[in-house]
Design a protein around this ligand. Structure first.
Ligand SMILES: Nc1nc2c(ncn2[C@@H]2O[C@H](COP(=O)(O)OP(=O)(O)OP(=O)(O)O)[C@@H](O)[C@H]2O)c(=O)[nH]1
Ligand SMILES: [Mg+2]
Length: 213
């Protein structure tokens, strides 16, 4: 896929969504949870940074640690009380001054180097307002590119007490970005088992051999 031209890249702010409670991870702050010796959010940042103009973090706990470790601005949720990823997206939309927002979760450390390109191509081809990753089997609504003009619609949705990303999408002009060829890139680290499996997968082959009995 051809890389995005620099002027398009400059129009995108990416937000790393790290505002959840991590209940399936024993309440850990998943973005700060080490993977291969580095916070999971640092893996996400490495892959995101070359794709966009700037990156921010959305966090509700440990905001100082995020700012310090990643060297990025930190924004909280639009609503208190851990209301879900849409509250984080709304928090980011309220802060940024670019026409596009790329949302990614903090627990998807293998996101592809052409995520912004794929989403932007889908968005512009369909002249849609939101483009969402589809891995061939299901949608991943937290991997999304949004035009910042959707802010009013999202805020109204949240103010009405709604929380489900799928329901909000239905109220927008959205399009799926076909990512079936790279479904593996959207691995989601939700619990200790998934983290351990990914640690093993990321270990260099020599290290894997040496631990084999
Ligand atoms: N800003 C914000 N982000 C959230 C919230 N809840 C989840 N997220 C983010 O949305 C993404 C996917 O959420 P989950 O995998 O369910 O993460 P989680 O809610 O922390 O974990 P569980 O409590 O185990 O569901 C992650 O990047 C989370 O950080 C929230 O209330 N606010
Ligand atoms: Mg959750």
């Amino acid at each position: 896929m051809p890389p995005l031209p620099p002027d398009v890249r400059a129009r995108i702010t990416a937000v790393i969504l790290a505002g959840g409670l991590g209940r399936r991870m024993g309440g850990q702050d998943k973005g700060l949870t080490p993977l291969g010796g580095r916070p999971m959010a640092a893996w996400v940042l490495d892959r995101l940074q070359p794709q966009v103009g700037r990156v921010i973090v959305n966090a509700n706990r440990n905001q100082d640690a995020y700012g310090r470790l990643l060297g990025l601005p930190v924004v909280g949720d639009r609503l208190g009380g851990f209301q879900g990823p849409l509250a984080g997206i709304a928090g980011a939309l309220a802060q940024i001054d670019t026409p596009l927002l790329l949302a990614t979760p903090c627990d998807g450390p293998l996101l592809p180097p052409d995520l912004a390109e794929r989403l932007y191509r889908a968005l512009s081809t369909a002249r849609a307002d939101v483009a969402v990753v589809h891995d061939g089997e299901r949608l991943h609504p937290v991997f999304a590119l949004l035009r910042t003009g959707v802010r009013g619609s999202l805020e109204a949705f949240l103010a009405a007490g709604e929380r489900k990303a799928g329901h909000w999408l239905e109220r927008t002009h959205w399009v799926a970005a076909d990512c079936a060829d790279i479904a593996d890139a959207f691995v989601n680290v939700n619990d200790a088992g998934a983290l351990a499996a990914l640690e093993t997968r990321l270990r260099p082959p020599a290290a894997q051999r040496s631990t084999t009995p």
